[in-house]
Design a protein around this ligand. Structure first.
Ligand SMILES: C[S@@+](CC[C@H](N)C(=O)[O-])C[C@H]1O[C@@H](n2cnc3c(N)ncnc32)[C@H](O)[C@@H]1O
Length: 230
C-alpha cells in the first residue's frame, strides 16, 4: 500500500481532511496509508522552537534545519526511504503528470513549510524536490501538501468508484480541459440541456463533448496548445 508521510507544524489541520471524501475512503479501505508527523516534536530546546531570525537580516523567521532532518531520519528509519517533496511557492509548478508519477511511488514524504520557509541547506542535504501549487503565496504548506496527496491518491487503482472519471478529467492527456457536464433538470431557469445529450446517440455525444472540450481549451487555456482532435 502506498505510504504518504506529511511533515507539518499543524497536523490537526491535515488530519481532519483525511477523514472525508475520496481521501477518507482511500484511507479507510487501506488503499493508501497516510501518517502526519509534527516536526516540532524533534526540536531540541525546551521552548520547542523550530525557527530563528534570518542571517543577513530582513523580516520573518526561517525554519531551522535540525528538527526537520531529525524528523525525516526518524520516519525513514521506521518506514524506509521516501521520495522527498517540499511545498514551496518557488518550486516547479505541480501538474497532472507529477500526480501520475506520485501515484506510483511506494513512499512519498511531503514537507509543509511556514513563516519564510526552510533553511536552504536542509533542501540540499536531503535532496528535496520543490513543488508549487500556483503563483500565489499561502501562509503554510498544509493545503498544498493535501492538494498533491489528493491529486495522486485519486489516480491509485480502486480509489475512485469509476476509474474512467480520472481518465476523462482535465489534463489527463496533458492537453485538453474536460467538457461541460449537465444533469437534471432538463430546463433550469430557462436554460436547456444541449439536445444531443438527450439523444442516446453515443458517437454523436462523444463528438459533441470532444468539440466542446477543444473549444473550452482554446478559450481558457490556449497555453495547453494542440487540443486532441483539433
Ligand atoms: C509564507 S510561505 C513562504 C513564502 C516564501 N518566503 C516565498 O516568498 O517564496 C510559507 C510556506 O507555505 C507554503 N506555500 C505557500 N504558498 C505555496 C504555494 N503556492 N505552493 C506550495 N507551497 C506554498 C510553503 O511550504 C512555504 O514554505
Amino acid at each position: 500500500m502506498p505510504l504518504f508521510t506529511i511533515l507539518s507544524l499543524f497536523p490537526e489541520a491535515i488530519e481532519s481532511y483525511l477523514t472525508v471524501g475520496v481521501l477518507g475512503l482511500a484511507v479507510k479501505r487501506e488503499l493508501i496509508q497516510v501518517q502526519v508527523v509534527d516536526f516540532r516534536d524533534f526540536s531540541r530546546d525546551r521552548h520547542r522552537t523550530v525557527d530563528h531570525r534570518p542571517f543577513g537580516g530582513g523580516p520573518g523567521m526561517v525554519l531551522r534545519p535540525e528538527p526537520v532532518v531529525e524528523a525525516v531520519e526518524w520516519v525513514e528509519e521506521r518506514h524506509g526511504p521516501h521520495r522527498r517533496v517540499v511545498l514551496d511557492p518557488a518550486g516547479t509548478p505541480f501538474v497532472q503528470s507529477h500526480a501520475k508519477a506520485m501515484a506510483t511511488a511506494e513512499r512519498t514524504l511531503l514537507l509543509a513549510g511556514r513563516y519564510e520557509g526552510f533553511d536552504e541547506r536542509l533542501l540540499q542535504l536531503l535532496d528535496f524536490e520543490p513543488f508549487s501549487i500556483g503563483d500565489f503565496v499561502l501562509a503554510g504548506g498544509e493545503l498544498p501538501a493535501l492538494c498533491l496527496l489528493e491529486a495522486a491518491a485519486r489516480l491509485i487503482p480502486g480509489v475512485l468508484g469509476d476509474e474512467r472519471s480520472a481518465e476523462l478529467d482535465s489534463f489527463s492527456d496533458a492537453k485538453t480541459l474536460d467538457h461541460p457536464h449537465f444533469t437534471r433538470p432538463r430546463v433550469f431557469r430557462g436554460l436547456t440541456v444541449p439536445s444531443v445529450l438527450l439523444t442516446g446517440d453515443h458517437s454523436a455525444i462523444d463528438a459533441w463533448r470532444q468539440k466542446e472540450a477543444n473549444k473550452r481549451t482554446k478559450e481558457r487555456r490556449p497555453d495547453l496548445d494542440d487540443p486532441k482532435g483539433a
